[in-house]
Structure formats: C-alpha cells, structure tokens
Design a protein around this ligand. Structure first.
Ligand SMILES: [Zn+2]
Length: 271
C-alpha cells in the first residue's frame, strides 16, 4: 500500500526542487472534470492521454498515466483531488503517452494491473482479444460510477488510429463498448473530449465512412494526394476529428493518415 506520508514528502520535495531550480516556477495543474461523485477525468491536452481517477474507500484507481514529462503536474493534480493513496494503476494499452508515470505510482505503493479481466462493483476490465489501436487494447469500465475508459480505440480530436487491427478490430471493440455502456454512461476517449454512447456511435459511423471512402478512391487508382483533396473525405474529417490538433502541415498529416489507413487495410485484407 501507498504510505500517504511518503507521498506528501515526495511532493514537498518536488515542489522544493522546482522552486530552487526553476526559479519558483509553479507546477501547472491539469484541467479535469468531475463526472460522478467519485470519478474524475484529467484532460490530455498537452500532457499525454486522458486519465481516469476512481476514488474508492481504500484508495484511488488510476487509468492511464500520461507522458513522463507531465509527472509533476499529474501528481500535484491528483493530490489536489484526493489525499487518498493510489492503490491500482491500469493502462488501456502500453503506449508511452498512457504509461509514462506508472513507475511513480508503483514506487508509492500502488499495484499494477498486468493482464486479464477483472470484475467487481468498482471496476470491470474487459479484454476483447482483438487488436485495434494496439495489439492489446482494454476497455476499462466502472459500473458504480458508470464511466467507460476507451483508450485509443476511440479518439475524437484526431484521425482514427486502428493500426494494429484495422477498422474491423476497432469495430469489434466499439461494439463491445456499446454492449457494456448504457445511455447514461460517461464515455472517455484516449484523447479528446468526454462524451456518451451517442458520441461513440457517431465516431464509429464516421470512422467507417472514412475508411470506406479512402479504400474506394484507392481502388479507383487515385493517388494519396488526390484522395486527400476529396471533398467528402474532408467533410467527414471535420465531423469526426472535431478540432483536429493544430499541426504545422495539415496536408502532409492528412496524406500520412490516408497512407497508413490504406497500408493497414490492405495488409489485413490479404491475411
Ligand atoms: Zn494515446
């Protein structure tokens, strides 16, 4: 178990360190939303992935831990939410923007969920045995709080990134999520804004249309550059990647994601 006094000490040390070396620069707190009595979602923007915090009687369950560089902000923000120790860390998948601070919680005494399903009133971890964004994506559902953490099987501020399992894999996971959830469920994407099952269904429809349109144009023999100019595709992008992250070269980014989509879908179709 985490020793709360140890956590306090390390935070004080950290603030002290910051004030000495960075000339009293304060630690930024990460914006968050309280989505139920005992559940908070920290918003990824600039820090890594969205993070779920479930407050239970004997400690916090933390889903995803952002980028390592966000350590000070993450620890300070969580402490501002609850003084309870972290008791369990769960990662939706193993990419570094979701796992960067696992170590800090483990060092403070939290256990780490390693693999497999888990089910109780607080927490229901569902493995789908299908690749989607990565080869091992989890759905992490909290029945009592009615919150579903989707990881990057669902992102609503970016292109769909189903690089391990293609659209087929992503569809399986989203359908599973829609089975777990109900109309009142808070659905949290890996990146982007908090929504509900309607938002998730819209994403599924748009992502499906996105892939089908790209593949249709690809099979007609169009180049990536010409596919990127397609009006239907651009309208679609506006709808499902609401507020696409500002990037220096949007045209290049669009072409990159079109190429990735074609590559993944062709690879999976020949398997
Ligand atoms: Zn991510």
């Amino acid at each position: 178990m985490l020793n709360p006094s140890k956590f306090k000490t390390s935070l004080v040390t950290l603030l002290f360190f910051t004030s000495i070396t960075l000339e009293a620069k304060e630690v930024d707190l990460i914006p968050y939303e309280k989505v139920s009595d005992d559940f908070y979602v920290l918003l990824a923007d600039g820090y890594g992935s969205n993070v779920g915090i479930k407050v239970t009687n004997d400690g916090l369950i933390i889903v995803d831990t952002m980028l390592a560089k966000s350590n000070q902000s993450l620890m300070a923000t969580i402490e501002s939410i609850s003084e309870k120790p972290a008791k369990l860390v769960v990662n939706t998948h193993d990419h570094m923007d979701h796992t960067g601070n696992n170590k800090s919680f483990i060092e403070l005494g939290a256990a780490k969920h390693t693999h497999g399903e888990m089910s109780n009133n607080d927490l229901n971890i569902v493995t789908t045995n299908v690749a989607s964004h990565s080869s091992n994506d989890l759905l992490v559902y909290f029945p009592d709080s009615n919150v579903l953490m989707m990881g990057d099987s669902f992102t609503n501020n970016w292109y769909p990134t189903f690089w391990a399992g293609g659209l087929a894999g992503q569809t399986v996971i989203i359908d599973k999520a829609l089975e777990l959830a109900n109309k009142d469920t808070t659905v949290v994407p890996g990146h982007g804004f908090i929504t509900n099952t309607e938002g998730l269904k819209r994403y599924k429809e748009n992502a499906t249309n996105w892939v089908n349109r790209i593949m249709e144009l690809h099979h007609q023999g169009l180049s990536t550059e010409d596919i990127a100019k397609d009006e239907a595709l651009n309208n679609l992008l506006k709808r499902f990647a609401n507020g696409v992250r500002p990037v220096k070269d949007l045209k290049r980014m669009m072409e990159h994601f079109i190429n990735k989509t074609i590559e993944v879908e062709l690879k999976l179709s020949t398997k």
